[in-house]
Design a protein around this ligand. Structure first.
Ligand SMILES: *Cc1c(COP(=O)(O)O)cnc(C)c1O
Length: 383
């Protein structure tokens, strides 16, 4: 049985009847950028996340850049972030001349390690950027306390965590400002590129709107050198329809995670992802860790199971960041994970039968790549 890594067709099928009439009327009125549909989505998402202001923008990378700029990150400032994130977290800082400073993560959940953050702070540090990786909220209260103590800004990268929360509150509403992506494969995905910036502060929100529209709040009056990073109305229509289903879809992901845990319980050589105590995880990705990952991955692919690696190289060791001079071994936990992680199929409409096929293929692939145990007691001889 073939199982795709990600199947979004079922999501579109659920919303198509709601979206098409809106798109039809948008084509008729030629209202493509901003407008009532975007305003409505921003209001609805603000209410959902529990923040004062949502600014819909062009994509998650622009959202991060706008968030950095709006809280005063400038060229030469250092921005602390985890080594194992999608490169956009760093790229957005580099684009404005700031310097990404990478730190290692905790082994349990691969989330930013507060002790490593504290150790990386210098006189040039301006911001701390936790990434809610794989749908699990990072330890924001501890990070916020560190930020407070050192006069730094906490900026959340919430791109993988729409709907996730921790005891401290909902991901995206925990920092001074947060950025998210609605790339189609995210838990809340558009039909193309989209993103948002979230903040409780009205002045910061106004500045983001200004920067995202060519540094202009009044037509042809330009107060800042901004960018073009606005949200399309056609995307807002899709996002509104999907937002209404997000909690159900996240619940389906959680149910799938529970099923994987049961199917893979006790399989030698497979380390399962652990729920974060106190968190409501939304399983953007379901990432196991295995030895000889590339061999296991090839076995899965040969069996017709779609798998991925998020991400094969930690950002500081990518060619793009070679200029920072990092060496292998500086981020032991993140690097060890990068060699072992394997993302299994995970999406709201994943069926139990598909998961059984994934589990069978994984058990097979791992079994074949485990070394022969020489001199080990025969099975069943141990108490
Ligand atoms: C997807 C993602 C982004 C970037 O979003 P785009 O919309 O693709 O620009 C940033 N950070 C993380 C952690 C992501 O997963």
């Amino acid at each position: 049985m073939n199982v795709p890594f990600l199947d979004l067709a079922a999501q579109q099928a659920e919303i198509v009847d709601e979206v098409l009439p809106v798109w039809r009327s948008q084509l008729g009125s030629a209202g493509f950028i901003g407008g009532a549909e975007v305003d409505a989505f921003e209001r609805e998402y603000a209410e959902y996340i529990g923040v004062g202001h949502v600014i819909g923008v062009s994509n998650g990378t622009d959202a991060l850049e706008l968030a950095y700029r709006a809280v005063g990150v400038r060229a030469g400032d250092e921005v602390i972030m985890p080594a194992n994130t999608f490169i956009a977290t760093a790229e957005a800082a580099s684009r404005i001349g700031a310097v990404p400073v990478f730190v290692d993560v905790d082994d349990a959940n691969l989330l930013m390690d507060p002790d490593a953050v504290e150790a990386a702070i210098t006189a040039r540090t301006r911001a701390i950027v936790p990434v809610h990786l794989f749908g699990q909220t990072a330890p924001v209260p501890r990070l916020a306390a560190i930020a407070e103590r050192h006069g730094l800004v906490l900026i959340e990268d919430a791109a993988q965590a729409q709907g996730a929360s921790s005891e401290a509150g909902r991901a995206g509403a925990l920092g001074r400002i947060s950025a998210t992506s609605f790339y189609p494969g995210k838990n809340l995905g558009a039909a193309g590129d989209a993103g948002a910036v979230m903040t409780d502060d009205a002045e910061t929100a106004a500045l983001i709107r200004n920067l995202a529209a060519h540094g202009s709040s009044v037509k042809y009056v330009h107060d800042n050198i901004g960018m073009n990073a606005r949200l399309d109305a056609v995307q807002a229509a899709v996002l509104r329809a999907k937002l209404r289903r997000l909690d159900d879809w996240n619940a389906a992901r959680r149910a799938a995670a529970v099923r994987y845990a049961a199917l893979l319980d006790g399989v030698a050589g497979v380390r399962l992802p652990a729920p974060v105590p106190g968190n409501l995880d939304v399983w953007h990705l379901y990432v196991v860790r295995v030895e000889e990952r590339d061999r296991v991955m090839a076995g899965m692919t040969a069996a017709g199971i779609g798998v991925g690696i998020h991400y094969p190289t930690v950002v500081p060791l990518t060619e793009a960041y070679a200029g920072l001079g990092h060496r292998a071994g500086e981020f032991p936990v993140a690097e060890a994970a990068a060699a072992r992680i394997l993302s299994l199929p995970m999406f709201p409409h994943l069926t139990a039968i598909q998961q059984q096929a994934v589990a069978d293929a994984l058990r097979d692939a791992v079994g074949r790549s485990l070394p022969e145990t020489v001199g080990a007691p025969a099975q069943g001889s141990m108490v």
